[in-house]
Design a binder for this molecule. Structure first.
Ligand code: ADP
Length: 445
């Protein structure tokens, strides 16, 4: 075996935790050279913001150093130029690799604050980042980040974005300030047109991530926007009240219609840590995150406390991630951002097979992502429904009785619900959402 093969063989033990394959098979090793016992190569990661990049670096050095002839390992971290296979409409977006929509179903839940902090976190992790404030009725980007603004300028028909801490920003507020200001009194179709023009007409340049702060809600404006903008993935910001949980479902359904996967849910202002007793007070109760996992299979759900520093720094134009990078809330934002990065890498690079649920010739069949499959009795599955009508959402107790479901029930329609669950419309008029994780458990019972 020659020395290059010996090195590659060693590197093959390092598995990317998200893509589930070794780093050699994934094609991460580039420009490998060996001179006088010095091994040098580029490790090309899926994104500069890769949360495990330092771990990869340490592991590579460790395994290669195990070869007796190796004197030194010189490793350069780089990132892939590949972008998601989305159709880039509009010149300004040509070199944008990933677009992340940050959405909420109501105003005031902290969507814009979270969008800005995710962007800052991505930028601090080494990614090139842009923020687009699409909230035309209440644009808040210019308040949340105190970026120097001297008016907008054009270059080759494209608007030069405002810059802040290496990030590129655009908001309707900047455009309207340029045009002499004034409140936005616009009808729906005009709104989407203006947003689209501003988005595609901005000179974003090369970006790893463009964060879009969506207008709140799940109406026509939001739907049209998700259609117009080639979004890679969506994250939903909510608060823990029950009503907002129902809204999350609406949000996932809206993005589903556009085939945009909802990859994470951020439960904001979830609890309060008291200064005097250091105890976590869950003002609105707990349990929403558990329900998210149970009902939609969304594993990336995070909760952020009600933190006066977040609002104080936002109000003064410095996002918390920049003002207090070592605070607990900044760490929460960083965790959340890591999960977004990992899920997007999976979307772009993993090509993982998806579970399938089908109903043919009277047989309901489930095949997991590993290819394991089994027949499921429709009535039994229907009896496992965990919607608000079938279980007590507070105690988790089953309300639905065995005899409430006729043994002859069949699915009329089966549709994927986001990336992690399937929704089934039954012949009794009821509809259920089953996370794939639950179906995996059911077939192995
Ligand atoms: P939205 O974009 O959903 O309308 P904003 O991001 O503008 O909401 O936030 C609304 C208000 O809540 C702002 O004053 C913001 O500073 C504050 N805020 C957001 N998240 C938190 C939090 N976790 N703790 C305390 N205040 C917060």
């Amino acid at each position: 075996m020659n020395k290059s093969d010996e090195v590659l063989n060693k590197l093959k033990v390092i598995i990317d935790p998200d893509l589930g394959k070794d780093i050699v098979t994934l094609g991460f090793i580039k420009n490998l050279t060996i001179t006088k016992g010095i091994v040098s190569f580029d490790l090309e990661l899926t994104t500069p913001a890769c949360p495990v990049k330092e771990q990869f670096r340490a592991d590579c050095k460790r395994v290669i150093s195990e070869l007796s002839w190796v004197k030194d390992v010189l490793l350069t971290l780089t990132s892939s130029k590949r972008s998601s296979a989305l159709n880039r409409t509009g010149k300004g977006l040509e070199n944008v690799k990933n677009i992340v929509a940050v959405a909420s179903c109501k105003g005031g839940v902290g969507k814009s604050t979270t969008a800005v902090n995710i962007a800052c976190s991505l930028s601090k992790k080494g990614a090139s980042v842009g923020i687009f404030d699409a909230d035309i009725y209440g644009p808040s980007l210019a308040t949340l980040v105190d970026a120097p603004f001297n008016g907008l300028f054009q270059q080759n028909d494209l608007i030069i974005p405002v810059e802040y801490h290496d990030m590129k920003l655009m908001s309707f507020a900047y455009a309207s300030a340029n045009a002499g200001g004034g409140p936005a009194i616009l009808r729906g179709p005009m709104v989407t047109q203006i947003i689209n023009q501003l988005l595609t007409g901005t000179k974003w340049g090369e970006l790893d991530y463009l964060i879009i702060d969506m207008p709140p809600g799940t109406g026509d404006i939001q739907l049209t926007l998700s259609q117009l903008i080639p979004v890679t993935a969506a994250v939903i910001i909510t608060t823990p009240q029950h009503l907002s949980f129902i809204d999350v479902k609406k949000g996932i359904q809206m993005f589903d219609q556009m085939k945009i996967p909802t990859i994470a849910v951020f439960e904001n202002m979830s609890y309060f840590v008291c200064n005097s007793c250091s105890e976590k007070h869950e003002i609105f109760g707990s349990g929403s995150r558990k329900k998210l996992v149970e009902q939609f299979g969304i594993k990336n759900s995070f909760s952020m406390p009600l933190d006066e520093e977040i609002s104080a720094f936002s109000d003064s134009g410095t996002p918390l991630i920049i003002a207090r990078p070592d605070s607990n809330s900044a760490k929460e934002y960083n965790h959340f951002t890591d999960s977004v990065v990992r899920e997007i890498s999976k979307i772009n690079f993993a090509n993982l097979p998806k579970p399938e649920v089908s109903f043919n010739d009277g047989t309901l069949y489930y095949k997991s992502e590993n290819g394991d499959g089994n027949v499921i009795n429709p009535a039994n599955l229907r009896r496992h429904c965990r919607c608000a009508q079938c279980i007590n959402e507070i105690t988790g107790e089953q309300i639905l009785n065995h005899d409430d479901v006729d043994d002859s029930i069949i699915p009329n329609e089966i549709k994927p619900m986001g990336n992690y669950a399937v929704s089934i419309y039954w012949s009794d008029g009821h509809s259920s959402i089953f996370p794939y994780a639950m179906l995996n458990e059911l077939i192995t019972l």
